[in-house]
Design a protein around this ligand. Sequence first.
Ligand SMILES: Nc1ncnc2c1ncn2[C@@H]1O[C@H](COP(=O)(O)OP(=O)(O)O)[C@@H](O)[C@H]1O
Ligand SMILES: [Mg+2]
Length: 352
Amino acid sequence: MNALELISLSKSFGAQKALDNICLTVPTGSRTVIVGPSGSGKTTLLRMIAGFEFPDAGSLTLNGQVLVDNSHAVPAYQRQIGYVPQDGALFPHMTVAANIGFGLALTGAARNERIAQLMDSVALDANMAGRWPHELSGGQQQRVALARALAQQPRLMLLDEPFSALDTGLRSAMRKMVARLLEGAGVTTILVTHDQGEALSFADQLAVMRAGRLVQSGHPMDLYRYPDDEQTAHFLGEAVVMPARIESGVAHCDLGPVPVNSNGFIGDAQIMLRPEQLQVSDAVIGTQGCHAVVTERDFAGNTCTLTVELCSATQQRSGRSLLVRSSGMHAPSAGSAVQLSVLGAAHVLDMP
Ligand SMILES: Nc1ncnc2c1ncn2[C@@H]1O[C@H](COP(=O)(O)OP(=O)(O)O)[C@@H](O)[C@H]1O
Ligand SMILES: [Mg+2]
């Protein structure tokens, strides 16, 4: 069953088109991630789902109930949607406990117990209950905002860049904790981020936005491997893109013949490979295959990204450089002559 249906939503602020004909289906219980560069319309879309912005055109339904269309709109407080805005937006004059308990109908011991439960669920220490928002770190503030939204037992949870105030290690731990928490509570979730790594790891459905348009959606692994266009390819990770002549399921390109997933396409096109699909080995001068020279080595601990320049078997340089991922332990040094081989198939971009 689909929890949320966005149907042809558009919204302009003056001449600025913030959302352009957005259509998206969010299945019940899923974790959908909306990813896109700054200014692409992500926050506007979340605010519209929450009920703080209204579309110029289009409609949106939750569990079959129309929340907004061209004739009426359900007010935000009646939507049962949890919303954690980009900055957390805690009430500064209320303690942690008062913030979390803000919308709770409970009183006395039952209220305190519920607040303690909620704090525990977002891994906030019980002794923080009496603190003020300004006495918390950015990450702690975001967890209070999340607990406050969970207190409402929402049908749908909207999270706008919820981990942006955290550093890398804590960020991934928090991401896993929040994913488990929401899954355990069976809450359908939409998370917005501009971080592609976060998007790929959190999502079971990924939607890519650019300049107010939703350009592609699907399973994260499919989007990473089969992006529709070059911009999406680069947005979701490092990509090697090059021209090729394609026929009979083979791309003839500077790497030699490479298999493609082209569904019988014949003609000239751009192909894409992820750097981890290219493997380097020591060059054997004079042999067949794709020769290259390492021009740069970027060591990052467990992996190493090499920039290599393709060349002929007689070491004539071509001027075409590519990225290759290598294990950090066995990466050849700059200046080494190598041979490249391709793992799996190349993907054809901009297929008609
Ligand atoms: N209240 C507003 N008034 C005018 N322009 C706005 C308003 N809210 C957003 N915008 C514009 O709409 C576009 C999308 O903004 P936003 O949804 O905040 O993007 P994102 O969250 O992806 O960074 C931007 O160009 C932004 O300047
Ligand atoms: Mg935003």
